[in-house]
Design a protein around this ligand. Structure first.
Ligand code: CA
Length: 491
């Protein structure tokens, strides 16, 4: 009897040690969430639009100041997260591609390592998810209200606000999972991707205030190559009726429509009657856009709070690594833009907040150049699983432990492939955090840009022709060649 008890004790102790060694991973991933719309990052909107639950992850863990995306657009960023490989190797270079689910992914490797894996919400890779014990995903972009979630290609219709529903479903999966195994849950929101339809409870938020305009709202693009000027992502001209909420995208229930339209209907009528033009119209568009965007963010923040509360209440918080990120950054009126794609700072930066209790010191800030290329290896390292040699990133665990390796990367390679989307041409480049070199290789453009990010953080003047920068430019050109070889870029 005593011996049995002793064995049981040892076994249970062993189980506890095992589970301490192999924490759960809760990966909350949103779409198009700009750093400037997370108050933990400071920024001009931090006081107006606080995100207390996201800030909690930062204050109990680490905030990464320079998490840089490899290819600033939805599907490609997600494919990099899953594979730990640049777009040209994982095969998902543009949103027109279809993800090859037969390839190696972090979810498959974690499954093999004994993790339960689930993805709930936005997938955006067209093929049926592989490597997950459970998936229920939106088709394409999905919609903000009454989403259909697909499992094995079969849809289930839900009624309500999509950001809430993705969390409801995530909580349900957590409740029903096998508590004896560690888990990877990828809870992935459509929000705050356009067309920005806020939750009914947030329609009145920011009603009484004007959101400050970014200093480059009326950028004339004069200091750069023709590329920026040729954009089709202008707040002034390119938003169209559905991004400005003159037209609704979701299929509402009659009750939802009544409330939603009671808010926008009269305001739209007044706006049409005002017949604003020129700068006044741009300013109106900006307010309409930014308020709806921030309202969508508000629902994300509340739902992050629900997940954190669940971990607290179920005693899971201590043994779960919580990671918050978004597939790329976004323009909130900077350079007169919405959308992403460019290698300029706002769309290059992804938010990254990580809470790892007992490992990561609360309130830490990392300035290391990290990337979505590192996520897969980080997950594997957290799980104590082997990192395949063909992955191209590097685990962030040493940084999370407070020890940034001396040989951590000093430069980041970027490559955007989706020619023409919102007028943005194919481009690639390199940044070392203080200087940035961009190449627009198309025959029509054939241009280079070079920015001194310290002197010109808003990237208004390319110094590519400036004689005093020629040494730095040559250095970055060499680095660009080195990285293209290292990552096996063919063209
Ligand atoms: Ca996106």
């Amino acid at each position: 009897m005593r011996i049995t008890f002793a064995i049981l004790f040892v076994l249970s102790f062993h189980a506890r040690v095992q589970s301490t060694e192999r924490p759960n991973i809760l990966f909350i991933f949103t779409d198009d969430h700009a750093l400037n719309a997370i108050s933990a990052y400071g920024g001009p909107l931090a006081k107006i639009a606080p995100t207390p639950h996201l800030d909690r992850i930062a204050s109990e863990g680490m905030l990464f100041k320079h998490c840089l995306v490899t290819n600033s657009i939805c599907g490609p960023s997600r494919a990099v997260v899953l594979t730990g490989k640049h777009s040209h190797l994982n095969g998902f270079k543009t949103n027109k591609n279809r993800f090859d689910g037969s390839q190696q992914t972090v979810s498959k490797l974690l499954q093999k390592a004994g993790y339960q894996t689930a993805i709930i919400g936005k997938w955006h890779l067209k093929s049926v998810p592989t490597g997950f014990d459970h998936h229920e995903v939106l088709k394409g972009q999905g919609q903000y209200y009454n989403p259909r979630l697909f499992t094995g290609g079969k849809p289930t219709q839900h009624t309500g606000y999509t950001t809430d529903i993705i969390t409801d479903r995530s909580l349900k999966w957590l409740d029903e999972r096998d508590p004896k195994k560690p888990f990877l849950l990828m809870s992935q929101h459509k929000a705050p991707h356009g067309k920005w339809e806020p939750a009914l409870r947030h329609l009145n938020l920011f009603d009484k205030i004007d959101i400050p305009e970014p200093p480059t709202l009326f950028d004339d693009y004069s200091g750069r190559s023709r590329a920026a000027k040729n954009h089709k992502m202008g707040i002034a001209k390119d938003m169209g009726p559905s991004r400005l909420m003159f037209k609704y995208s979701s299929k509402f229930t009659p009750e939802q429509f009544k409330v939603f339209n009671a808010y926008f209907g009269p305001r739209n009528k007044a706006a049409k009657q005002a017949q604003l033009t020129g700068k006044a119209r741009t300013r109106w568009n900006y307010q309409r856009y930014i308020k709806n965007y921030l309202r969508c963010v508000k629902a994300v923040d509340e739902n992050v709070g629900r997940l954190l509360k669940y971990l607290d209440e179920k005693g899971l918080a201590d043994n779960t690594v919580v990671i918050y990120s978004s597939d790329q950054g976004f323009y909130l009126g900077e350079h007169g833009w919405f959308d992403k794609r460019w290698m300029y700072e706002e769309s290059l930066h992804m938010p990254l907040l990580v809470r790892w209790p007992g490992v990561t010191k609360p309130k830490s800030i990392s300035k290391a150049l990290v990337s979505n290329l590192d996520f897969a290896q980080t997950f594997l390292d957290i799980a104590n699983a082997k990192q395949p040699a063909d992955m191209q990133g590097r685990s962030l665990t040493s940084i999370l432990k407070g020890q940034t390796p001396k040989n951590w990367r000093k430069t980041h390679y970027y490559h955007y492939y989706e020619a023409g989307g919102h007028g943005v041409p194919i481009h690639y480049g390199v940044t070392n955090g203080t200087h940035k070199l961009i190449r627009f290789p198309s025959e029509k453009l054939d241009a280079w840009e070079f920015f001194d990010l310290k002197k010109d953080p808003m990237e208004l003047k390319s110094q590519y022709e400036d004689a005093s920068y020629q040494d730095s430019i040559r250095e970055l050109k060499n680095e660009l060649q080195r990285l293209r070889k290292l990552y096996k870029i063919e063209n």
